[in-house]
Ligand binder design. Structure first.
Ligand SMILES: Nc1nc(=O)c2c([nH]1)NC[C@@H]1CN(c3ccc(C(=O)N[C@@H](CCC(=O)O)C(=O)O)cc3)CN21
Ligand SMILES: CC(C)C(=O)C(=O)O
Ligand SMILES: [Mg+2]
Length: 283
């Protein structure tokens, strides 16, 4: 039996008790239902769907409409998980007003429990505006894929004292602006540990080490479905690419060798009707 959906307060309580929060991306109904069944606390409908589902080579082309449609499917599949919508590139950068209207779409159209957006110091006015609209905001700092052009690629952040200080300043700014939780991506564990000590809100990690309140991974990486690259922080728990490809090869083989479909997969005519049918055709 699936547990009840955690509220933001339940997630805060987990932090208080020192229980780790489990968080995984999902983009579709079946995967969301597996998360629900597995007892996952949170699901992120990441704009990583651009890479993991649509085959783009980054997250920049992803649109609001794509994100909404996938959030709707995930919401239906995982009624007992805290679902987070990921705001895609150019859905919140231009103005506070645009950010509030687009964040609101995730709630109105897809019934998500929170939204996430990338950036620290430079995005505090957006976080404040969306929070003031009554929407739970999750901040995202460190490696921020939507600005990977500025960062010079998908590179770990905060590896020097100077840049670690910048990441900490982003973390403090996100909390100060009213975000309910913070996601830190691709940052050395020492830096995350320091941030975790300094902040009151739950801090979650993707590739930012174990010293925080929970972990996030991309489902396509975890199940071995995404093959274009594997970030250092990814642990593959199974290899569905292999399982699925082998099943497909076997199917091709059986069709080509007339082994599929055998009698087990065919409908039977009502007794005596075949003879009747053939006779009818002779007349
Ligand atoms: N499948 C998938 N997994 C992810 O973790 C992920 C996405 N997609 N799409 C959006 C972003 C992009 N992310 C990435 C992408 C690449 C690396 C990576 O390979 N980093 C290298 C260093 C690369 C460099 O220094 O140039 C590493 O060794 O971790 C890390 C995070 C994280 N996100
Ligand atoms: C990489 C994670 C943090 C994300 O934002 C996504 O899945 O889109
Ligand atoms: Mg994202």
């Amino acid at each position: 039996m699936a547990k009840k959906k955690p509220s933001i307060f339940d997630l805060y309580q987990m932090k208080e008790k020192g229980e780790q929060i489990t968080w995984l991306t999902s983009y579709d109904y079946p995967t969301a239902s597996f998360c629900d069944e597995a007892g996952m606390d949170m699901i992120l409908v990441g704009d990583s769907l651009g890479m993991c589902v649509y085959g783009y080579n980054g997250t920049v082309p992803v649109t609001m409409d794509q994100c909404i449609v996938h959030c709707e499917a995930v919401r239906r599949g995982a009624p007992h998980c805290f679902v987070v919508g990921d705001m895609p590139f150019l859905s919140y950068q231009a103005s506070d007003e645009q950010a509030v209207l687009n964040a609101g779409r995730f709630l109105k159209e897809a019934d998500v429990d929170a939204i996430k957006l990338e950036g620290g110091v430079r995005i505090t006015s957006r976080i404040r505006a969306i929070t003031d609209a009554g929407i739970n905001v999750i901040g995202h700092i460190g490696l921020t894929p939507q600005s990977s052009g500025q960062l010079g690629g998908h590179k770990a952040q905060g590896r020097t004292a100077e840049t670690a200080k910048l990441v900490l300043e982003d973390a403090l700014a996100v909390q100060e602006a009213g975000a309910k939780m913070l996601l830190v991506e691709a940052v050395p564990p020492e830096v995350t540990k320091y941030i975790h000590q300094k902040l009151d809100i739950p801090v979650l990690s993707i590739g930012a080490g174990p010293h925080c309140d929970g972990q996030l991974l991309i489902v396509s990486d975890l199940i071995g479905q995404f093959q274009a690259f594997t970030p250092k922080f990814v642990k593959k728990y199974c290899n569905v690419a292999e399982v699925i490809t082998n099943a497909m090869k076997e199917y091709c083989d059986e069709v080509r060798n007339h082994k599929f479909p055998n009698d087990d997969y065919c409908y039977k005519m009502v007794k005596g009707e075949e003879e009747k049918f053939l006779k009818m055709m002779e007349d």
